[in-house]
Design a protein around this ligand. Structure first.
Ligand code: UT7
Length: 349
């Protein structure tokens, strides 16, 4: 049975770097508080002309270039985002047009920070079923436009960005096992309450900064520390691998303390865990593909490696996959070739 192997990757981040010190100019916060509580030093904010669609097109194009795959060869496009350009149409159709793809299926997955992982698992199902040969999976968020500078505990954590992978039917590599989960009991803990049909935007709401992302940080922290290592362990139960086979863990980049807790519980050392949240903050559905793309570019993810991906987020949702990389990979993405990847210590935990 064919399996969906990663054969190309790419990412895009907006140019504008926003440091913790800059945030301290318009909020009662400090670089010391943000770094010690989350591990974040800076994040990127999109320019006015950028949208989730434009960033997705950029990272998607880079992933296709890396794989040497033409847009016309993609059978299915999946775009994970909880901050799409519009409630309708789905951003996936805008991205399809932007990439110059034919009129194949295109789908938006709105599953909070777990969206990209749901996308990878969905791509794998289509490839295994034999209905698709090549699937482009993108994760993109433009959350900065939903942040309120009146909510310092949430606003300091998030940033904008996009990452993408091309998955292709192959005899080597692929998704060895996965687990997906969702618990609507925790729906209120990460929410943009207005702007949907339950609470349409009003004049009064706009005066109050709406629509705005709201998060109960303490509850999410408790949930995350419970679910991160648990999801990986559950995925390993149906895998052909044990934890000793994991070469690299690429976790959702929400908080260095949460990642450290999961790594310790799994018995993984610092150099088996990839982190770039110090430079990008929490980019929600973009965080794993952005980290994955940088890990490939920096040479941390090698042909034949076994990689664990794990995410949690709004819903509350979670997921983990144990991935085998194919035995040969493109040398470097087009992006890394034109600007050499960072290989300094900040790319590792
Ligand atoms: O992808 C979505 C996933 N989301 C997450 O993973 C978020 C999970 N939660 C967290 O990462 C942490 O809960 C936070 C980073 C959000 C907060 O860290 P914490 O250690 O749980 O802090 P706290 O909420 O307990 O607040 C501690 C103190 C409070 O002051 P008092 O009441 O002790 O006087 C807050 O008012 O820190 C204060 N505080 C801040 N101070 C400076 C909260 N936000 C800030 C801030 N700057 N930005």
């Amino acid at each position: 049975m064919p399996t969906g192997s990663i054969v190309g990757w790419g990412h895009y981040v907006p140019e504008r770097v926003v440091t913790n010190d800059e945030l301290s100019e318009y909020m009662d916060t400090s670089d010391e508080w943000i770094r010690s509580r989350s591990g974040i030093r800076e994040r990127r904010f999109a320019a006015d002309h950028e949208t989730t669609a434009t960033m997705s097109v950029e990272s998607g194009r880079r992933a296709l270039d890396c794989a040497g795959v033409a847009p016309s060869d993609v059978d299915l496009l999946l775009v994970a985002s909880s901050s799409p350009d519009y409630l309708t149409p789905p951003v996936s159709s805008q991205v399809q047009q932007g990439l110059g793809m034919p009129t194949v299926g295109a789908m938006q997955l709105t599953v909070g920070c777990t969206g990209f992982l749901y996308g990878v698992v969905t791509a794998e199902q289509f490839i295994q079923a034999g209905t698709c040969e090549t699937v482009l999976v993108i994760g993109t968020e433009l959350i900065s436009r939903w942040l309120s500078w009146n909510t310092r505990s949430t606003a300091v954590l998030f940033g904008d960005g996009s990452g993408a992978v091309v998955m292709q039917a192959s005899d080597t590599g692929g998704v060895d096992s996965h687990v997906l989960g969702s618990d609507g009991e925790g729906a209120q803990h990460i929410i943009v309450p207005s702007g949907g049909v339950a609470q349409p935007v009003t004049h009064e709401g706009v005066d109050n900064d709406e629509p705005t992302l709201e998060m109960n940080g303490r509850e999410v922290f408790k949930f995350a520390t419970r679910i991160m290592d648990g999801a990986v362990k559950e995925a390993l139960r149906t895998s052909s691998h044990t934890v000793a086979d994991i070469d690299l863990l690429i976790p959702h980049q929400a908080n260095a303390r949460i990642i450290q807790y999961a790594a310790n519980s799994l018995g993984l050392s610092d150099d088996q865990v990839f982190m770039n949240l110090d430079r990008y903050g929490n980019t929600s559905a973009a965080s794993i593909p952005l980290a994955l793309s940088e890990a490939f570019d920096a040479g941390y993810a090698q042909p034949g490696d076994t990689i664990a991906l794990v995410a949690f987020g709004a819903g509350l949702t979670w997921g983990a996959t144990i991935l085998d990389l194919p035995t040969s990979l493109p040398a470097l993405s087009a992006q890394a070739r034109s600007s050499p990847a960072r290989t300094d210590a900040s790319a590792r935990s």
